[in-house]
Design a protein around this ligand. Structure first.
Ligand code: 1YM
Length: 655
C-alpha cells in the first residue's frame, strides 16, 4: 500500500528513524515544513482570498474522491458548520493509523503533518491531482486554526487534533465501531485568510462538478448556517449514475437537441484514460469543457486539441463518403462542426503537466493521440450506426458553414463601406478625446434622454457615450451573420473596434472599460442581460479580462437642508435616514436615469472619485453558460423553473 510511496516522498527530507518520542528531531523538521506553508500560503493554495479558502475544502474532498476512484468509497458528506468550520466524511477505508515504519508516528499523523506526504498515492487508481490540487492534507492543516481527524477502521475509532499544523493530542483510541471511513473537520485560520466565510454557491458548483466527473459517487452538501422558516437545514445531494453524460444533459437542459441521448466514448491506455460525452443542439454557441484529473482545464491543451482535430476530420470524412459534401464543396471548418455542440472531455493520467498563464492548460503530448484515436474510432462508428442523427448533425454543420460565409461577406462589405465613408464610428457615439490612455470608458446608455444627460455630465476627455435605443437583439437566438448586420448591435461592435466571435481581438478594444448604464428596473435589467449575453457569446475575453462594468445609479436621494445623500440600496437608505439626524426634508426615489440632471448623473454614477460600479466576472463559465441559455433561449419550461427556484432570492424586483 501507501507506505512504500510515502517512503519515496519523504526520503528527501531524511528524517531520523525514531519510533518512541513524539517530538524528536524529525518532528521539528516537520513543523518547520508546515511553518513554510504558513509563511507563504500563496505558493501552496494559490492565494489567501476566497478562492484559496474554498481550495482547502477541495483539497480534503479530493482525498475522498481518490478513495472513491480506487473503488473503496461511494459517499462523501460535506458540511459547513455554524462556526464556518467544514466537516468532510467519507465511507472509505479510513486513513491508516498504524505506526509508520520510517517516521515512528501514526501514518495519519504523517499525512497531516508532513508537507507533501498527503499527496496522492492511491494504490491502483490514477493519480488524480495536479496543478494546485494535491498539495494535500498537511497544507490544510498548516492553514487551519484547528483540525480534527477521526478514522473509523478495523472496528476502532481513532482521533487526533491539531492546531495551526501542530498535533495537540496524540492519536487516541476512542472506542469501537462497525463503520469505516475518514472524518475531518477543519476551521480555516483567520490569521491567514482575508475572509473565512464560505460561499455556499461556490462550494456547491465545484462539488456538483466533481460528482459529475466521478460517476456514481454521492456527494451530500449541508450548510448548517442556512435554515429555512420550517427549520430545515440547507442540503443538496449530487449523485449521477450517468457521470459526464449527466453533465452534458445538465448543461443542455432547456436547449433543443438534435439527438435524444448524448454520445459517450471511452478509451484507455496503460497509464491514462479518456471519457467524452457530447450532444448537438440547435443553438449557435459552442460549450466544450475539458478536464484533466478532475481539474477544469480552462486554457484547454492537448486533450482538447485532439478532440477538435478528430471531430472535424471524422465529420468531413463521413460527409464526403455519403456525398453530403459534393466534390466541389470546401471542407467543413472547426467552427462549423462545433456550432451548437455541448461536450465534456475528461482525461485521467499519471503525471499531468499543467502549463499556461493560469496553469490550466494540459501539456502532456501523448494525450492528444489517445483522444484522437478514441474519437476517430468511436465517433465514426456512431455516425455509421445512426444515419438519421448523422444527417441532422451534418445539415446543421452545412447551414453553419453557409452562415459563416455570409458573415464573412457581410464583414467585408462593412469594411469596404467604412473605407469609402472614412468615418467608421457610429453616428450616435459621443467619443472621448483621449485615445487608448488605459483609462478610457465607453458608456452604453439606455435611451436617448439618459444618453443626452450622460453626454453633458461626462468628463469628455476619457468618457465616451453610446446611447442604445429600442429593442436589443437576443443573440442567444441569432446566428453570427445576423448579429453582425443588426442595426442595434452594429454600433456597439464598431465603437469597440475589436471585431466579434472568432475574430474578436481584445488587443484592439478602443476603451479600457465598457460600462452598462441602464435604469434600475425590470426593463433595465433586461437590457443588461441582453448585452451581457452578447458579450458572453461574442466577446468573452472582454468579460474574462475584467473590462465590463455595470453602473450603479442611486435608487434614492435623501435631502436634509443643503445636504444630499445618495443611496444604492434599501439598507443604505435606512442608514442615511438615521444619520441625517431628525426627519429628512425629502426622500426622492429615482425611477430612471432620465430623472437625474447631468450634474447628478456625473456625481452619483460616472465620477470615478465617487461612483460605485460592479465589475462583471465569470466565476464559473459552465454555470454562466447554462443560465444564459435558460434565460435567453427558446424553451419556456426551464426558464419557468429557474424563476420559480430563484424567486425567493430576489430581494428587490426593481433591481
Ligand atoms: C475526509 C478526507 O482523507 N480519506 C482517505 C484518505 C486515505 C485513504 C482512505 C487510504 C489510502 C490508502 C490506503 C492508499 C489516505 N491514506 C493516505 C495514506 N478523507 C480521506 N481514505 N488506505 C487508506 O492510498 O493506499 C493518505 S490519504 F498515506 F496514509 F495511505
Amino acid at each position: 500500500m501507501s507506505d512504500e510511496i510515502l517512503d519515496t516522498e519523504i526520503k528527501s527530507q531524511e528524517f531520523a528513524k525514531e519510533k518512541e518520542d513524539h517530538y524528536d528531531e524529525s518532528q521539528i523538521q516537520v513543523l518547520e515544513g508546515l511553518e513554510a506553508v504558513r509563511k507563504r500560503p500563496g505558493m501552496y493554495i494559490g492565494s489567501t482570498s476566497l478562492r484559496g479558502l474554498h481550495h482547502l475544502v477541495y483539497e480534503i474532498v479530493d482525498n475522498s474522491i481518490d478513495e472513491a476512484l480506487a473503488g473503496y468509497c461511494d459517499t462523501v458528506d460535506v458540511t459547513i458548520n455554524e462556526d464556518n468550520s467544514v466537516t468532510v466524511i467519507d465511507n472509505g477505508r479510513g486513513i491508516p493509523v498504524g505506526i509508520h515504519p520510517k517516521m515512528g508516528i501514526p501514518t495519519v499523523e504523517v499525512v497531516y503533518t508532513i508537507l507533501h506526504a498527503g499527496g496522492k498515492f492511491g494504490g491502483d487508481g490514477y493519480k488524480v491531482s495536479g496543478g494546485l490540487h494535491g498539495v494535500g492534507a498537511s497544507v490544510v492543516n498548516a492553514l487551519s486554526e484547528w483540525v480534527e481527524v477521526t478514522v473509523y477502521k478495523d472496528g476502532k475509532i481513532h482521533k487526533q487534533r491539531y492546531e495551526r499544523g501542530k498535533p495537540v493530542t496524540k492519536l487516541e483510541e476512542l472506542g469501537t465501531t462497525d463503520k469505516h471511513g475518514t472524518e475531518v473537520t477543519f476551521k480555516p485560520d483567520p490569521e491567514i485568510f482575508e475572509d473565512t466565510v464560505f460561499v455556499t454557491d461556490t462550494l456547491i458548483q465545484r462539488l456538483r462538478e466533481l460528482a459529475f466527473l466521478t460517476r456514481g459517487v454521492k456527494i451530500i452538501v449541508t450548510d448548517k448556517r442556512h435554515v429555512d422558516e420550517e427549520g430545515n437545514v440547507y442540503q443538496k445531494v449530487f449523485h449521477y449514475e450517468g457521470g459526464i453524460v449527466s453533465f452534458v444533459e445538465y448543461i443542455n437542459k432547456g436547449k433543443t437537441f438534435l439527438h435524444e441521448k448524448p454520445m459517450y466514448f471511452y478509451g484507455e491506455r496503460e497509464d491514462a484514460n479518456v471519457e467524452i460525452a457530447m450532444q448537438y443542439t440547435d443553438g449557435f454557441s459552442e460549450c466544450i469543457y475539458s478536464f484533466a484529473n478532475n481539474i477544469n482545464t480552462l486554457e484547454g491543451g492537448t486533450h482538447l486539441m485532439g478532440f477538435k482535430v478528430a471531430l472535424t476530420k471524422v465529420l468531413n470524412d463521413y460527409a464526403r463518403k455519403y456525398n453530403i459534401l459534393k466534390e466541389a464543396d470546401k471542407n467543413l471548418q472547426g467552427d462549423d462542426v462545433r456550432e451548437g455542440l455541448t461536450a465534456i472531455i475528461s482525461v485521467k493520467l499519471h503525471e499531468p503537466e499543467f502549463e499556461g498563464q493560469t496553469k490550466t492548460k494540459l501539456g502532456n503530448s501523448e494525450i492528444r493521440g489517445l483522444v484522437e484515436t478514441v474519437m476517430n474510432e468511436k465517433l465514426a462508428a456512431y455516425l455509421e450506426e445512426n444515419p438519421a442523427v448523422s444527417k441532422a448533425i451534418l445539415n446543421e454543420c452545412l447551414t453553419s458553414a453557409r452562415a459563416r460565409e455570409a458573415a464573412r461577406k457581410a464583414r467585408e462589405l462593412v469594411k469596404r463601406k467604412s473605407a469609402l465613408e472614412s468615418m467608421s464610428l457610429p453616428g450616435k457615439l459621443a467619443d472621448c478625446s483621449e485615445k487608448n490612455s488605459g483609462r478610457t470608458e465607453l458608456y452604453l446608455v439606455e435611451g436617448d434622454s439618459a444618453g443626452g444627460s450622460a453626454k453633458q455630465g461626462r468628463d469628455r476627455r476619457f468618457q465616451a457615450i453610446l446611447p442604445l435605443w429600442g429593442k436589443m437583439l437576443n443573440v442567444e437566438k441569432t446566428r453570427i451573420d445576423k448579429v453582425y448586420n443588426n442595426d442595434k448591435m452594429h454600433p456597439v461592435i464598431t465603437a469597440l473596434g475589436a471585431g466579434i466571435g472568432p475574430e474578436f481581438d481584445i488587443s484592439k478594444i478602443r476603451y479600457d472599460k465598457v460600462v452598462l448604464m441602464a435604469d434600475a428596473d425590470v426593463d433595465g435589467a433586461h437590457i443588461r442581460t441582453l448585452l451581457l449575453t452578447f458579450f458572453f457569446r461574442y466577446m468573452r475575453p472582454l468579460i474574462e479580462e475584467g473590462h465590463v462594468y455595470i453602473a450603479q445609479p442611486p435608487l434614492y436621494r435623501v435631502t436634509k437642508g443643503k445636504e444630499h445623500i445618495y443611496c444604492n440600496t434599501d439598507e443604505d437608505l435606512t442608514v442615511a435616514m438615521e444619520n441625517v439626524g431628525g426627519e429628512a426634508d425629502n426622500i426622492q426615489r429615482y425611477k430612471g436615469l432620465g430623472e437625474m440632471d447631468p450634474e447628478q448623473l456625473w456625481e452619483t454614477t460616472m465620477n470615478p472619485e465617487t461612483r460605485t460600479m460592479l465589475r462583471v466576472s465569470i466565476e464559473d463559465a459552465i454555470e454562466a453558460d447554462k443560465i444564459f441559455s435558460v434565460l435567453m433561449g427558446d424553451n419556456v419550461e426551464p426558464r419557468r423553473e429557474f424563476i420559480q427556484q430563484n424567486a425567493q432570492n430576489v430581494i428587490n424586483l426593481d433591481i
